[in-house]
Write a protein that binds this ligand. Structure first.
Ligand code: ADP
Ligand code: MG
Length: 358
């Protein structure tokens, strides 16, 4: 859209830094770089929710920031996030805070079996421990460095959804078609749109919840809300991401407006229109594990040609310098005229790559 892009990032190999017009290689809280960023930019956003909220506060004094620091602060902290769900009238898992030794004894027995999660800095299933009973809690908390945590009841999940909304400064809010997500080992593996296992009423309530949350936070920018459909059909919120989300990458290839274009429009103060999905889509994440198939010590990049010869396959590689197990290296989106056809081709891709069937 003709904008120049400046990236502030401590890692010079970061994918965004590779495509930016200007790079500021520094920690996210480096005073001089923040000053330079606000001097160079008319608008600033974050691509990663663990940028210190204080840095966003600092930038907001000199240029427009979206999302605002206050909203990012909520999404950075699982307990604040759950309080925000409650304030917006959105249900979430039963939970309790674990901050001090004294809290251990006060955890209600109804939360077991549960999942202990660090309040901050968790992603891709990191910073989480399953806890079967009260006796196992202290050990799990020690494992997590006795950091501030939340214990959540382990829910019986039928399937997972996510809703991506974009909200402008004028309060106008649009959303992408709702994603159904399959996680493996706490990491997103497959996204399907349309969602094969959710009925229209459930999709409509998921969308309503996401809009309600964006409204309640007076959010400006792109927001992803992750939700669970439980075995009994009940819909509960899991967590939020204050940025474009992995589950929305399908929109690049399958919608007439992508989540990234929505992000740019919210920054530019341009109108937001509801994206229209023109193709059914299945997205497969490409984890670093694929670089180590065959038990090789040294990573070797998979062969892409056998995938690209299939119809409707779009390959996205992020250009990360080093492949590691569990690291998101890229994704594939399969687009097709029908969900069935997209699924068939995606299963062929999975088979050729050695990814487990979904
Ligand atoms: P992350 O920040 O790593 O994405 P999440 O809270 O989203 O953390 O957890 C990752 C995955 O773990 C979820 O997508 C879901 O599959 C599973 N999970 C998380 N919380 C629960 C829960 N309370 N009950 C059952 N499964 C859960
Ligand atoms: Mg998650």
């Amino acid at each position: 859209m003709g904008f120049g892009v400046v990236v502030l990032e401590p890692d010079g190999h970061a994918p965004a830094a590779r495509v930016a017009d200007t790079k500021l290689l520094a920690p996210y809280d480096d005073e001089a770089s923040l000053a330079e960023l606000s001097r160079l930019c008319a608008a600033v956003t974050t691509e990663f929710e663990n940028v210190p909220a204080a840095s966003l506060h600092r930038l907001a004094a000199h240029c427009s920031t979206a999302p605002e620091a206050a909203a990012v602060e909520v999404c950075q902290h699982r307990l604040r996030e759950k309080a925000q769900f409650a304030a917006a009238g959105v249900p979430c898992a039963a939970h309790a805070a674990l901050r001090t030794e004294a809290d251990l004894a006060g955890i209600p027995p109804s939360l077991f079996p549960g999942i202990l999660k660090t309040a901050r800095m968790g992603y891709d299933g990191k910073g989480q421990r399953p806890v079967d009973d009260a006796a196992a809690l202290a050990g799990a908390w020690n494992d997590l460095g006795r950091a501030e945590c939340v214990l959540e009841a382990r829910l019986a999940i039928r399937c997972e959804l996510s809703v991506i909304v974009a909200r402008g400064a004028d309060g106008h809010c649009v959303h992408l078609p709702v994603q159904q997500n399959l996680h493996r080992g706490g990491i997103l593996a497959v996204t399907r749109v349309p969602a094969p296992d959710a009925d229209a009423a459930t999709i409509a309530s998921a969308v309503a919840m996401a809009h309600r949350l964006a409204e309640a936070m007076d959010y400006v920018g792109v927001l992803c809300v992750e939700l669970f459909i439980l075995d009994d059909g009940q819909l509960v919120a899991n967590e939020m991401a204050p940025r474009p989300h992995n589950s929305g990458h399908y929109s690049i290839d399958a919608c007439d407006v992508s989540q990234f274009e929505l992000q740019v429009r919210t920054l530019a103060g341009w109108p937001l229109v509801a994206p229209r999905q023109h193709s059914a889509a299945v997205m497969l994440n490409l984890l670093g594990d694929l670089w180590f198939t065959g038990g090789l010590e040294k990573p070797s990049e998979p062969e892409w040609a056998p995938l690209l010869e299939l119809p409707g396959v779009h390959l996205h590689l992020y250009g990360k310098a080093e492949a590691r197990r569990g690291r998101k290296m890229g994704h594939l989106t399969v687009t097709a005229v029908s969900a069935g056809q997209a699924c068939r081709v995606a299963l062929q891709c999975a088979e050729r790559l050695g990814i487990e069937r979904f």
